[in-house]
Design a binder for this molecule. Structure first.
Ligand SMILES: [Zn+2]
Length: 215
């Protein structure tokens, strides 16, 4: 269920605070990554060509309910990616997209399962991310990418873009951020375990988690 939508001024402050936190922890770098929040009359979205660690709340882009730029700086060139997630997930209140290192590394591996990229290494991964499909590679800004994400988003709140990075929707900004951070840490664990004889959660253990903590 969607939690009540955020007030615009609070949304601006929360996006800037999350951007700073992600940047300081090395989860985003340069001007990569973008964050959006649904508000009563449209969306707030991080602007194009700006570092998430240095966002001015007043200059964050505002889009109207049709997804058109209304005020603030021009929105991220990946706005279509966010709008595709919202279109397919009516309960989504926020979307976070990163080029976080370990997730991108996993997205470039040749032996991953495109229908479920990461194994259930921990309970929190199963609870916060669940199944993670891989969207095929498209050049930046290509409408094919938003279409591919849209096709997967109705069934999945987290999608990994091949040779690019994860995009995650949540019923709150905290939920979206928590899930994408869990995804990045699991990608890191997955890479650490390559070449080791790891024991992942069994199908029964995963089924128990899905039963006790339905998403
Ligand atoms: Zn991107």
């Amino acid at each position: 269920m969607t939690e009540s939508l955020m007030k615009e001024s609070l949304g601006r402050d929360r996006i800037a605070a999350l951007g700073r936190s992600l940047f300081q922890r090395g989860l985003t770098f340069g001007s990569s990554g973008n964050i959006s929040v649904k508000i009563a009359d449209g969306w707030l979205m991080t602007p194009t060509n700006v570092a998430l660690g240095d966002l001015d709340p007043a200059r964050i882009s505002k889009l109207d309910a049709a997804g058109q730029h209304l005020s603030g700086d021009a929105p991220t060139k990946e706005a279509m990616l966010h709008l595709a997630m919202y279109r397919e997930r009516p309960n989504a209140a926020a979307v976070v997209h990163l080029h976080s290192t370990h997730s991108v590394a996993v997205s470039a591996l040749s032996h991953i399962d495109p229908e479920d990229v990461l194994p259930p290494i921990t309970a929190y991964y199963v609870m916060r991310v669940g199944r993670l499909p891989l969207a095929p590679y498209y050049p930046p800004g290509d409408p094919g990418l938003a279409e591919a994400v849209g096709r997967l988003a109705s069934k999945h709140h987290a999608v990994l873009l091949a040779n690019h990075g994860p995009v995650v929707a949540g019923t709150s900004l905290e939920a979206a951020a928590g899930a994408i951070e869990e995804l990045e840490e699991t990608a890191k664990l997955f890479l650490l375990l390559q070449g080791h004889r790891a024991k992942i959660l069994s199908p029964e253990q995963v089924a128990t988690l899905r039963e006790r903590f339905p998403s």
